[in-house]
Structures are given as structure tokens and as C-alpha cells.
Design a binder for this molecule. Structure first.
Ligand code: BG6
Length: 498
């Protein structure tokens, strides 16, 4: 399988990788493998979507046999209730003990792989600090190319740490792999509801004419989480929510909302349009960061009746840390379609609930023709609920039944659950299968990643040089600090109440 595929055509059934393939997971004993990769692979296996001759090789430092590794995987797959094919799935799983930094470990891997087919997918699920060693050693062991098969590499986020380092990482990987072999993963792109953004916009004729600055007042994108940093304090200290969520997931959501229709659904045509959106985002001047962004940390407090630590008390966090767990910002795509339309982004940990959504706020009707009766009239809002209550809803105003003739907003709702009656597959299922099929549409291209870093770089620089200590705090279970509301209030707008 090769080439860039049409994602819409591929939404049809019978997507199965028919060749043989071997998936090598670096970081096989880590959390991602246990929580996401193995369940996704097992689910694909149970749906007969994996290649007939499929092998998984787990690569990690800890000494263990393939037998022990299989037992560990079995222990976390057993609860998935997928029927009785576990033994058959596990028979394809092998373990390779190795050190990411040692060439000989990769030579040993090569020997092991020679027993299997020519097609190979390497998955880098290790901390990013290991990427360069693994890539170098794959090159040295001549594992980056193969006669008569394909080789691809999936790289987990975070991809780089800033614009400079993401460029360096891209150039480093390019010494060993061609761009069309590299699959930079952003799991948001594998979510069913995220794929549906383009389908919704482009398969329906009625939205395109109003999807622009003439009808849209502004756009709000929210990624809210109820959880805190969940034992990942050390990682979060290095990252912060701007890098963790905005640079990748949220800018991808913005791109899919704002992009022009691609000329075809080839991977490159789709990604070209996303890159154009990123390039059009007005650069934030360093002296504007204070006015156009907000950052804060969650304070200790009670959530659902249980006391929770504040960010500064979390394990692995510097008690004087200025790493943000909440951010809100305002971006302007300076292009023909969106000139003057602000896109507001907000994301945070320990907010009142888990919800990701994109809301398109339309301009008011030209005239308040119903006068006082329409005092409660609200702008029309189209909301794409990405998760957890997947759906789409449209808010519009309606006459309240009765003699008074009052007007108030109502919503028209579509829910995936009730319309389709099936749970959407996990994002990793889609993305692993796409990588096996050679479809890179839902993966991030080098220039996409670098342009996304370019957008947030002035914010990172300003925050780095202007270390506010202590950072503003917000009460857990609230929608962030008061500054977030002020960001919109200045232009007479407000965040959607969720
Ligand atoms: C990850 C971040 O990329 O996305 C996490 O590193 C975050 O901090 C997670 O919790 C959220 O993913 P989802 O699919 O639950 O919205």
C-alpha cells in the first residue's frame, strides 16, 4: 500500500491492511503502549483489519521474556471484553530487550526482524529525549530502508520543544527517513468528530456560503479537562499547557475549522491548506502577549467533595513553578475568508468538566426588528461537540408559545450516539491503521508542525523572560482566572457557558 489516500473515500468499509507488516514499539513498557496502543491494536485485530501476517515487537530496556511481556499485555486487555481472540492476538507479540542509545541493540533488532516480513512500522513511544538516539541507530543498523517493502516511523508528540528545536528535530530525522515515511501523530486528528469537521463543512451545501467573515462574528475553541496533571508533574513542568494542547491539538482544530477546501483529498493537498491557515495567523508581537493571552495555575481546593492538590503541590512540580495549567488566547487568521474574525482558544486542567468543542458565533440579524420582545435574543451559535458528548448543535431564537410573543434561544441537536448507535472507535485505532495503509492525511507534516510552533513562540519567549511569580491561580472546578473573561469582555464578547 502506498500513496496518499482520500480520507472520505476511506470512510467506507473494507479498510484492512492486507500485506504482512511488523510494528516495532519503542517504549513498549510505557503507559502509552498499555493504555492506548495495545487496546487499539487488539480492537483492529478483532475486526480483522490488521494484515494477515502481523507481528508486534516491543522494544524496551527492562529485561523480560516475550512470555512475560505477553502476560502483561493480557492483563490489561482482558478487561476489554472483546471476545476470545486474545491468545491468537498475543501469539503475534514479541519482546526485544535493548538500549535505545546502543547501536548493537538495533542490530539485534534487525536480526529479529529478518524472520518477519519486509514491511515495518516503527513507533516511537518513548520520551522525546530518546528520539535522536533511536533514529540514528535505526539508520546505522540499516533499518530505515528495505528492499521490496515499506518502512514508516510514527513519532509521538511533543514534537520538539520550540520552533528552533522542532526544526532541528525535523532536519535530524530527514537525514535518515524521507518525509513520506514520517508520521507525526496528533491523536486529535484520529477522533471521529475531528474527521467529521471537514465532512460537515464540505459535504453539506448550506454551511459554506456563511462560513466566513461576512457571517461569522468569532470562533471559540475550548479543550477543558477535569483531571489535573495526573502524576505527570515532571513532564508538565517542562511542557505547560500551551505546548501540550495548544501547539498541536487546538491549532489542528483551528486549521480544520478555518481552512479552504482542498483541491483533492490527497494527504498533501489537505495539509497544504492547513499550512496556509497557520501561515496566515497574525504574528503576536512580544508587547502584545500580555493583552492577547492569559495564563494561570490551578490552586488547591475541593472538587466533587474531595480535596485536590494545587499545581504547585503536585509531585515533581517546583513549588515556585511558573508553568501554566490554563491558557486562553486570541488569534487572527489574516486571510481573505477570515479577515478581522478573532478565534479565541482556551484550555486548562482541573476545569469543571471534560469537554472539547468548537463554537462558531454568527453575527446578529441586521436589525432588532422585534424590539423589546427580543431582549433575550442570543446570537446564533453552531457548536461542534468534539467530546465527550459527541454531536453538533445549532442555537437559534424562537417564539415562546403563548400570547406574549416573547422570544428565546433554543437548540437543534444531532448526537452521534442516538443517530448511529455505535461508540466511535478510539483515535489510535484509526491512526495505526492509516499508518499501516500508508495514508498520512491525518498526520502532521514537518512544515505544519514548525508553523504551529512559530505561532506560539512569541508567547513562550515572553513567558520565559517575564516569569510571573507567583502565577495567577484559579480555583479548581472553575473556568479559569478572571483574566480569561476579560480577554473577551474587552470586545463585548463572552465565553460560552458550558
Ligand atoms: C495529550 C496531553 O496529548 O492529550 C494530555 O498530553 C491530555 O495532557 C490529553 O490530557 C487529552 O487527550 P483527550 O483525547 O483525552 O482529549
Amino acid at each position: 500500500m502506498n500513496g496518499d489516500k482520500n480520507p472520505l473515500r476511506e470512510l467506507t468499509p473494507s479498510r484492512s491492511a492486507s500485506d504482512s507488516a511488523t510494528l516495532v514499539i519503542f517504549g513498549a513498557t510505557g503507559d502509552l503502549t498499555a493504555r492506548k496502543l495495545m487496546p487499539a491494536l487488539y480492537s483492529l485485530f478483532c475486526q480483522d483489519l490488521l494484515p494477515g501476517d502481523f507481528k508486534i515487537v516491543g522494544f524496551a530496556r527492562r529485561p523480560k521474556t516475550s512470555e512475560i511481556f505477553r502476560n502483561e499485555i493480557a492483563s490489561y486487555l482482558q478487561n476489554l471484553n472483546k471476545g476470545s481472540r486474545l491468545d491468537s492476538f498475543l501469539s503475534a507479540v514479541h519482546y526485544h530487550r535493548g538500549d535505545y542509545t546502543l547501536a548493537e541493540s538495533h542490530v539485534g533488532l534487525k536480526k529479529k526482524l529478518e524472520k518477519f516480513g519486509h514491511n515495518r512500522l516503527f513507533y516511537l513511544a518513548t520520551p522525546p529525549s530518546q528520539y535522536e538516539s533511536i533514529i540514528t541507530n535505526l539508520g546505522t543498523a540499516q533499518l530505515a530502508a528495505t528492499a521490496g517493502g515499506w518502512i514508516r516511523v510514527i513519532i509521538e508528540k511533543p514534537f520538539g520543544h520550540d520552533v528552533k528545536r522542532s526544526g532541528e528535530l525535523n532536519r535530524f530525522i530527514a537525514r535518515v527517513f524521507n518525509e513520506n515515511q514520517i508520521y507525526r501523530i496528533d491523536h486529535y486528528l484520529g477522533k471521529e468528530t475531528v474527521q467529521n469537521i471537514l465532512v460537515f463543512r464540505l459535504a453539506n451545501g448550506i454551511f459554506e456560503p456563511i462560513w466566513n467573515r461576512r457571517y461569522v462574528d468569532h470562533v471559540q475553541i475550548t479543550v477543558a479537562e477535569k483531571v489535573g496533571v495526573e502524576g505527570r508533574g515532571r513532564f508538565f513542568e517542562e511542557t505547560g499547557i500551551l505546548r501540550d494542547i495548544v501547539q498541536n491539538h487546538m491549532l489542528q482544530l483551528l486549521c480544520l475549522t478555518a481552512m479552504e477546501p482542498p483541491s483533492t483529498f490527497d494527504a498533501n493537498a489537505v495539509r497544504d491548506e492547513k499550512v496556509k491557515v497557520l501561515q496566515s495567523i497574525r504574528a503576536i508581537e512580544i508587547d502584545q502577549v500580555e493583552n492577547t493571552t492569559v495564563r494561570a495555575q490551578y490552586a488547591a481546593g475541593s472538587m466533587d467533595g474531595i480535596m485536590k492538590k494545587g499545581y504547585l503541590q503536585e509531585e515533581g512540580v517546583d513549588p515556585l513553578s511558573s508553568t501554566e495549567t490554563f491558557t486562553a488566547l486570541q488569534l487572527y487568521p489574516d486571510n481573505w475568508r477570515w479577515a478581522g474574525v478573532p478565534f479565541y482558544l482556551r484550555t486548562g486542567k482541573r476545569l469543571p468538566k471534560r469537554v472539547t468543542e468548537i463554537s462558531i458565533y454568527f453575527k446578529d440579524a441586521p436589525l432588532k426588528i422585534f424590539g423589546k420582545r427580543a431582549d433575550d435574543v442570543k446570537p446564533n451559535v453552531l457548536t461542534l461537540n468534539i467530546q465527550p458528548d459527541e454531536g453538533i448543535s445549532l442555537r437559534f431564537d424562537s417564539k415562546v408559545p403563548g400570547q406574549g410573543g416573547k422570544i428565546r434561544p433554543v437548540t437543534m441537536d444531532f448526537r452521534y450516539g442516538t443517530s448511529f448507535g455505535v461508540d466511535p472507535p478510539d483515535a489510535y485505532e484509526r491512526l495505526l491503521l492509516d499508518a499501516l495503509l500508508g495514508d498520512s492525511t491525518l498526520f502532521t507534516r514537518a512544515d505544519e508542525s514548525e508553523n504551529a510552533w512559530r505561532i506560539i513562540q512569541p508567547i513562550l519567549d515572553y513567558w520565559q523572560n517575564y516569569k510571573k511569580k507567583p502565577l495567577p491561580q484559579y480555583n479548581i472546578g472553575t473556568w479559569g482566572p478572571a483574566e480569561a473573561a476579560k480577554l473577551l469582555k474587552r470586545s463585548g464578547r463572552r465565553w460560552r457557558r458550558l
